[in-house]
Design a protein around this ligand. Structure first.
Ligand code: GUN
Ligand code: ZN
Length: 430
């Protein structure tokens, strides 16, 4: 019989989307909760004492006042940008040309790609992130590197080869045909293997010719269960550039739509400066947006309209956007999402922030029946938060009147010291 493990502590569960119904009905913290693990799955979530009695052979791990929650799901990252995180002083296009493209060039060396991929996953696991959706570089070996590193760690992962055939330097361009063929080969080798999911990945309209977008649209049509990830309307200058490059397009989203790159399994990063038609179309097709708040402030992109987007019931994930984002931590990312919403006059509750960083992100990646929540049958990816991890946080949380007031300081002020434990597919990380 498979070994049983019972985790006891404060347990965070979701009954519904806290943006769709009042958060107090959607999200619950059970102070006497238990999560029963059976192999790589969650068997059951409930009352710890009752589960202890029903499962006398289970190994018990006591977490006391700590918060047992789903592992974080980071819905948009560029693992190859690990080494250039926190690079100074540029806005999007200059930042890409100055820092990003020279670094991505180095991933032509498979050893370098392997080294960074492993380092990136270890850094993010230390922050409680158990699933990421990552761009690689144009080099197929960089895709192998991140899928292999995730498999070595037992992690669920979404990734894809970044495709670019113009407006990128020599050595960092593919072609419509090679982008199609390399991506098709990677799909055959990785999609659905173990915990891997493939995302077809045109970087963004400025770095793909219409011919390349068309080739990737055809690839998606031939592999409809893959995700498709790209960038959309991040900076005002970028949008002007797109309009110049695609003079007949109705708007930025149309540069994807025209080539078969708009669909329910499409995941569009940033999406800050959307026009009405774009919002309507995203809504109609059920595509997902990904909010990248530390990136949006760091690169100076703008203030994402979270309330406006959730009011239209567009699925939204949350992401670091490493290395445009300035942190590997989804705690820091939730704090930035809170601050950006405040600047728009919107107050996002702690329960909504946690949901976005877990179940919301999982939903944006169509993984909600696998990860992002604590419920029987889901994969056992778990993060345990210490709600008093530094003196500054502890002195605030001890004054809390309820559990949400105790959690919020860790969201706003916490870092990797707040991560007490991480479980990946039922295995505790050292
Ligand atoms: N737009 C196109 N490529 C990128 C990237 O690597 N990072 C960000 N933030 N935006 C992009
Ligand atoms: Zn990005």
């Amino acid at each position: 019989m498979t070994d049983l493990t019972l985790l006891c502590g404060h347990v965070l569960t979701y009954a519904a989307n806290p943006f769709a119904v009042p958060w107090s009905e959607a999200v619950r913290v059970d102070s006497a909760g238990g999560v029963l693990l059976c192999g790589d799955r969650i068997a059951e979530v409930g009352n710890a004492d009752a589960m202890r009695r029903a499962n006398p052979t289970a190994k018990v791990v006591e977490y006391g006042d700590k918060l047992i929650m789903p592992g974080f799901v980071d819905a948009h990252v560029h693992y190859p940008q690990t080494g250039i995180i926190a690079s100074w002083g540029k806005r999007l296009i200059d930042w890409l040309n100055t820092y990003t493209f020279p670094e991505e060039m180095r991933f032509g060396d498979p050893d370098y790609a392997r080294d960074v991929a492993g380092r990136y996953l270890d850094l993010t696991l230390a922050c409680g992130t158990t699933t990421v959706c990552s761009y690689a570089t144009i080099h197929p070996a960089s895709v192998d590197a991140i899928f292999n590193a995730a498999a070595d760690r037992g992690q669920r992962i979404v990734a894809g080869k970044t495709c670019m055939d113009r407006n990128a330097p020599d050595g960092l361009r593919d072609t419509p045909q090679s982008a199609h063929d390399d991506s098709a080969d990677l799909i055959a080798r990785w999609h659905g293997k173990g915990r891997a999911v493939y995302a077809i990945t045109p970087r963004f309209s400025p770095t793909s010719t219409p011919e390349q977008l068309e080739a990737l649209g055809a690839l998606w049509a031939a592999n409809p269960d893959c995700l498709m990830q790209t960038h959309l309307s991040e900076q005002v200058d970028e949008i002007e550039w797109v309009k110049g490059l695609f003079p007949t397009a109705r708007d930025y989203l149309d540069t994807y739509e025209a080539f078969g790159l708009l669909g329910a399994r499409g995941v569009y990063g940033h999406a800050i400066h959307l026009e009405t038609r774009e919002i309507d179309r995203l809504c109609e097709v059920g595509a997902a947006l990904v909010h990248c708040p530390t990136s949006n402030t760091f690169i100076g992109s703008g203030l994402f309209d979270l309330a406006g987007v959730v009011a239209r019931e567009i699925p939204v994930g949350l992401a670091t956007d490493t290395g445009g984002g300035s942190s590997f931590s989804m705690l820091r990312t939730m704090a930035a999402a809170y601050e950006i919403a405040q600047l728009r006059g919107q107050a996002v509750h702690a329960s909504q922030l946690l949901w976005l960083a877990t179940a919301g992100s999982a939903r944006s990646l169509h993984l909600q029946d696998k990860v992002g929540s604590l419920a029987g049958g889901l994969e056992a990816d778990i993060c345990v938060l210490d709600l008093g991890s530094t003196p500054a946080i502890a002195q605030r949380s001890t004054r809390a009147n309820d559990i949400w007031e105790a959690i919020f300081p860790t969201i706003m002020m916490g870092d990797d010291r707040a991560i007490a434990d991480v479980w990946v597919a039922g295995v505790r990380r050292d």
